[in-house]
Design a protein around this ligand. Structure first.
Ligand code: FES
Length: 123
């Protein structure tokens, strides 16, 4: 078996009711979406997904880290997963413009501020 190329850590730290946490913000649907997307893209042997405890940025959750890049994602939603997997497939950290261009299917223009704001959640 080949070693995996990427390792993702998704925070699933449970906290008492009423305390901000990644699961309360939706990290479990993100985890499920990651497994689905990696399977669909044939990347589940190359990308290891591991749940982890609190990363200390609970108010910005769901939190996720990718290695070897060391990129911290905050406020991740299940709908962000295709862009994140695109990042992994590219094997590099994508800039906001590159991710936005992938989402738009064309170069980013001056009127794309709302897209850029949405994508900034990922970086
Ligand atoms: S609960 Fe996820 S960062 Fe604290």
């Amino acid at each position: 078996m080949e070693p995996f190329r990427h390792h993702l850590f998704v925070c699933t730290q449970e906290k008492p009711e009423g305390v901000t946490s990644c699961p309360a913000s939706g990290s479990l649907p993100v985890l499920q979406a990651l497994h689905r997307e990696l399977d669909a893209q044939g990347l589940s042997q190359e990308v290891q997904v591991t749940t982890c405890g609190c990363l200390g940025l609970c108010d910005d959750g769901p939190m996720m880290i990718t290695y070897p890049e060391g990129v911290w994602y905050r406020g991740v939603k299940a709908g962000d997963v295709p862009e994140i997997v695109a990042h992994l497939r590219a094997g590099k950290v994508l800039s906001r413009d590159e991710i936005a261009e992938a989402a738009l299917g064309r170069p980013v223009g001056p009127l794309d501020r709302s897209i850029d704001t949405q994508v900034s959640r990922l970086l």
